[in-house]
Design a protein around this ligand. Structure first.
Ligand code: PXP
Length: 260
């Protein structure tokens, strides 16, 4: 299993003070030493963490592939197209969201915009990926447009897991819709893993490479990493959170060990 380490949250800490420390660029060498296979960053329209200066320097200095996530925004796509990362992952983006809430929507005009953007990047020899919910419709649309990868959104699995096995339901951040009987949550958890498994099979049948990510951590990652057809996980928040206590290199190493 390949690990893409999402380092956006290092920039979140920097932006808390609007200064130049910590610098996400400093994470690259440590991530590589710890066994990471890829660096993932998200250039958001509101630049709330990573900015184009980071993207440019990270692409220039990283000796492992850089996967840049972005919305279908012509200005951002032009910036990234010129910087030529290894891969671009298209994600839906809403200004008011705390993090990417769901997979891409393929209804028109989104389908046409995604199609145009993918072809723009392919012409620049940049790999493309779609962040999608684990559904047949999303996989078929991804195949039709012709991306190389799909990244399955594991947020729903992670939320159910956190409400079932963690203390989230006893905190101010409890997820209201999931504040239900444990027996129901247990069934939902099984179904969420089955959905990921089915989607991975469907994508593989179509010849798509399969990644997954969102909300994965040291406790919940097993069920997803055991799905053989998923080749890569992109993990960010939990690794950076652990880094606060154990250091970034140790935190990445621990995740690499779990994935083995
Ligand atoms: N993959 C994608 C496409 C994402 O948008 C994100 C969040 O930026 C991640 C993976 C990583 O999610 P997390 O920070 O919850 O591990």
């Amino acid at each position: 299993m390949l690990l893409g380490v999402n380092i956006d949250h290092i920039a979140v800490l920097r932006e808390a003070r609007k200064i130049n420390d910590p610098d996400p660029l400093d994470a690259i060498g440590l991530a590589i030493r710890a066994g990471a296979d890829q660096i993932t960053i998200h250039l958001r329209e509101d630049r709330r963490h990573i900015n184009e200066y980071d993207v440019e320097r990270i692409i220039k200095h990283s000796t492992i592939p850089v996967n840049v996530e972005c919305a279908v925004d012509p200005d951002i796509i032009e910036i990234i197209g010129d910087l030529k990362p290894h891969r671009v992952t298209f994600v839906p983006e809403k200004r008011e969201e705390v993090t990417t809430e769901g997979g891409l929507n393929f209804d028109e005009p989104n389908f046409a915009n995604l199609d145009k953007s993918v072809h723009y990047l392919k012409a620049r020899e940049i790999e493309t990926s779609f962040f999608i919910d684990p559904t047949k419709e999303a996989i078929r649309a991804s195949k039709t447009i012709g991306v190389k990868w799909v990244e399955l959104h594991t947020g729903s699995y992670a939320n159910i897991f956190a409400m079932l096995y963690g203390n989230l339901r006893h905190t101010p951040h409890a997820i209201k819709e999931l504040d239900i009987e444990r027996s129901k949550l247990q069934k939902m958890l099984v179904k969420s893993v089955q959905d990921l498994q089915d989607a991975a099979e469907e994508a593989d049948d179509y010849g798509l490479q399969v990644a997954a990510g969102h909300g994965l951590n040291y406790i919940n990652v097993d069920a997803v990493s055991n799905i053989e057809l998923i080749k890569e996980l992109n993990i960010g928040q939990s690794i950076i959170a652990r880094s606060v206590f154990t250091g970034f290199e140790n935190a990445v190493k621990e995740m690499v060990t779990l994935l083995k």
